[in-house]
Design a protein around this ligand. Structure first.
Ligand SMILES: [Zn+2]
Ligand SMILES: [Zn+2]
Length: 313
């Protein structure tokens, strides 16, 4: 068995995020694909794991937002040429549950999350099943390739019962909130505004729908007032701790609360490929993997997306 070695950023209990070795062998499952990582984005999930706020497998390689190149494939993979660029769905599906049958791996209860349960993208290589991969156009900027996952997450909002002509808000003004507003605008919603969750100043019953981007009890209370009766609040965040909800208020106004996770990865790729999102404003710097500590510090402070490049830029 041949073994190749490279760099990997691992989460080690007690030591936090630590630079280690990526070791890949050529023992492929039939549907495995070996991807050489070109660029990987740092997500809040990675920061939560690195800070010990989110439980992860000890020794797991962090990272789930990637743009890479197919380097080797298992026997059953016949639709991916070597050298093709790919990105990944961060949830590797079980393939047999209700969510997987509905092609919604985001809601699979037996999913293996990249960078949490199974080795992720902050490494020279990552091995993934074919079903988790999406092909990227060759002309797409590598950072945009690694940004497909956040865009697909924002596109999840379109699964909620909301109307393009109705008046909407995204509750928050941070990076993810702004991304959701841009994705909605690029998808034909032209009456959506950003609301500063810290000081909302919104009259009651102003909006037909609100996309939650600030998961706090205070914000939930404000949103239940700002949405009109029979309106919709789209729940989008996954706060590490539970927050309270004013049931009576929601019931009295017959508000629809709809939780969404991921939209279509193909649609996300198409949006990025046609330049529909102002990525210049969204993308920050790219760091080599060895400088992960600086990159993580920047990702905590910076509003733009920070990237790691395992092989340098
Ligand atoms: Zn992410
Ligand atoms: Zn499943």
């Amino acid at each position: 068995m041949r073994v190749a070695r490279g760099l990997a950023l691992r989460w080690m209990a007690g030591a936090g995020a630590t630079l280690g070795e990526a070791v890949v062998d050529d023992a492929f499952a039939r549907d495995d694909v070996l991807v050489r990582v070109r660029v990987a984005g740092i997500c809040r999930t990675d920061l939560f794991v690195a800070e010990g706020l989110l439980e992860a497998r000890d020794g797991v390689v962090l990272g789930h937002e990637l743009c890479g190149v197919v380097e080797a494939v298992g026997r059953d993979v016949d639709d991916l040429a070597l050298g093709v660029r790919v990105t990944a769905h961060p949830y590797v599906r079980c393939g047999g549950c209700v969510a997987c049958e509905a092609d919604r791996p985001g809601a699979c209860e037996r999913r293996q999350q990249l960078g949490v349960h199974r080795d992720g993208a902050f490494a020279t290589w990552v091995k993934l099943p074919r079903s988790a991969l999406h092909i990227l156009p060759m002309h797409l900027d590598e950072r945009a390739g690694a940004f497909v996952e956040p865009v697909a997450a924002a596109l999840g909002v379109l699964d909620a019962p909301i109307d393009r002509s109705s008046r909407g808000a995204v509750w928050g003004t941070h990076r993810v909130a702004r991304l959701m507003a841009s994705v909605l605008a690029a998808s034909g919603f032209d009456r959506v505004e950003l609301v500063d969750a810290a000081s909302p100043r919104v009259a009651p019953s102003t909006f037909d729908f609100i996309v939650e981007a600030t998961p706090t009890e205070e914000a939930m209370k404000d949103m239940l007032s700002a949405v009109r009766p029979l309106g919709c609040i789209v729940l989008k965040s996954r706060p590490p701790k539970a927050i309270a909800l004013d049931f009576a208020r929601a019931v009295e106004r017959e508000v629809t609360l709809r939780a969404v996770r991921y939209g279509s990865f193909e649609d996300a790729i198409a949006l990025l490929a046609r330049g529909a999102l102002a990525t210049d404003e969204l993308f920050g710097s790219v760091h080599p993997l060895a400088r992960f500590a600086d990159a993580f510090a920047e990702a905590r402070a910076e509003e733009r997306k920070i990237f790691l490049a395992p092989e340098g830029t």
